[in-house]
Structure formats: C-alpha cells, structure tokens
Design a protein around this ligand. Structure first.
Ligand SMILES: [Zn+2]
Length: 66
C-alpha cells in the first residue's frame, strides 16, 4: 500500500482547484466566478466555487443505494 504524503502543508489557501469538464456550462460559470473571486482576494468565495465544482461532478455514491 502506498500513501501519498504532502511534502508541505500550506495554511490559509485551499490548494485544490478542481478542473471541470469544458462542456459543462454550470462549471464554466463557476470557474469564471472563481477567477473573479481570486482577483478580488475573496478566498471564501474561491473555496465555495471549488466545492460547487467538485460536487457537480462527484461520482455517484454506492452508499445511497440501500
Ligand atoms: Zn459541472
């Protein structure tokens, strides 16, 4: 078993930037919003956009089936 270990933990800024499929209009709008938020330095908004993008294409959960 291999475990990925981050060489360094950065605090304060969410590193993950989900890249949505290019043909999703919703995600494209979210990416545009995210870029605006980055320019404004609104990190809370950036995080919100990242979460929404990620959730928009989240793989289906098997747990919900039962
Ligand atoms: Zn999407």
């Amino acid at each position: 078993m291999t475990m990925a270990v981050d060489p360094m933990i950065k605090l304060g800024f969410p590193i993950e930037k989900p890249e949505p499929p290019k043909d999703c209009k919703v995600c494209r709008a979210l990416v545009a919003q995210r870029e605006t938020a980055v320019e404004l330095g609104d990190l809370a908004k950036v995080t919100d956009c990242n979460v929404e993008i990620r959730n928009h294409h989240r793989p289906p959960r098997l747990l919900a089936a039962q």
